[in-house]
Design a protein around this ligand. Structure first.
Ligand code: TYM
Length: 333
């Protein structure tokens, strides 16, 4: 039987190689398997948990839709929509926030990282954001949720919320408990400047990431400047230990060439770093530039992008409004 897939990406600009390899590339694979029902959401309600410029937000929503399509998601096969277009997400999130426990949310490491030292000044939305994410998933009875490793804890919370709701109201399996789909080897693409930090759109240094909108020269320059170590290229997995930057670059190479880490290690064993970096840049240019060109093209087709979202919102609305209606009945409204 096919899977019911739901996943989301925040429209906060600078979609990067981590988003692509950790999530979007997998969305495309799931979209192409005709047995799955896929829904991909531009989570604009999540984006406003930190301050956004309204004009930029609109632009970033367009860019995220364009990135989905340019990467290979077919809007005729998968539902692509923006979260704020479907009121059930906000409604469902409120009801589920009365099911989730403070203690559960207090354990969320991403809130601690994002709020930083000044927790008092973080928005309430940033704190309760994983509940909105749970509503996103549960409203569609998703069986599987493809995400990068950083979202694993939020998915566990979603599972806990579903189970508690079902228990509290005595209805087995009403909210479907979803499974995460996390690609083991590529679940955490790291910064090009620091192998201990995740590649992130909020990193101040643009050199830390490959953006999906970068041009050829930018990609080549970023790989040239990517941090490595002073040792020669490793011969095997053992020689990769304690070398996070080299490991990250080799993982990126393996993923993009649809190869294994072992094979990439063999290919570059005892070669010069410069030779490896050249091959990696060429591969990145080969894979990323067509996407980046297609994004630019699609951004000039505003009415097409609007029609994709309009159509997606209509289809998503039909599913989610029914589920939230049932939730309200169960609760006693
Ligand atoms: P967001 O927008 O931060 O990231 C989108 C997806 O990209 C993955 N990702 C990475 N994967 C590997 N390496 C990295 N360096 C890297 N950086 C980002 C993320 O894991 C994610 O899969 N809360 C979510 C969005 C969301 C959602 C949902 C996801 C809202 N509702 C429902 C799934 C289901 C987020 O902020 O992702």
């Amino acid at each position: 039987m096919g899977k019911k897939i739901f996943s989301g990406v925040q429209p906060t600009g600078n979609l990067h190689l981590g988003n692509y390899l950790g999530a979007i590339k997998n969305f495309v694979k799931l979209n192409n398997d005709n047995t799955n029902d896929c829904i991909f959401c531009v989570v604009d309600l999540h984006a406003i948990t930190v301050k956004q410029d309204p004009k930029e937000l609109k632009k970033n929503i367009n860019e995220t839709v364009a990135t989905f399509i340019a990467s290979g998601i077919d809007p005729k096969k998968s539902i692509i929509f923006n979260q704020s277009g479907v009121a059930a997400h906000s409604e469902g999130a409120w009801i589920l926030s009365c099911v989730a426990r403070m203690g559960w949310l207090n354990r969320m490491t991403q809130f601690k990282e994002k709020a930083g030292k000044d927790k008092e000044k973080a928005s309430v939305g940033l704190y309760s954001y994983p509940i909105l994410m749970a509503a996103d998933i549960l409203l569609y009875d998703a069986s599987h949720v493809p995400v990068g490793d950083d979202q694993k804890q939020h998915l566990e919370l979603c599972r806990d919320i579903a189970q508690k709701f079902n228990n509290d109201f005595g209805i087995d399996d009403f909210l479907k408990v979803p499974e995460p789909l996390i690609q083991k080897e590529f679940s955490r693409i790291m910064s090009l400047k620091d192998g201990s930090k995740k590649m992130s759109k909020s990193d101040l240094s643009d050199l830390s990431r490959i953006n999906l909108s970068d041009n050829k020269d930018q990609i080549i320059n970023k790989i040239k400047k990517a941090k490595t170590d002073l040792l020669p290229m490793p011969n095997d997995i053992k020689e990769l230990e304690g070398r996070p930057e080299t490991q990250n670059l080799l993982r990126i190479y393996s993923n993009l060439s649809n190869s294994t880490l072992d094979n990439s290690l063999k290919k570059f064993a005892a070669k010069n770093f410069s030779e490896f970096k050249k091959a990696l840049s060429e591969l990145l240019v080969d894979k990323i530039i067509p996407i980046s060109d297609e994004i630019k093209k699609l951004l000039n087709e505003q009415s097409y992008l609007d029609s994709v979202l309009l159509d997606g919102v209509e289809k998503a609305e039909e599913i989610a409004s029914k589920k939230v209606k049932n939730i309200k009945e169960i609760v006693g409204f």
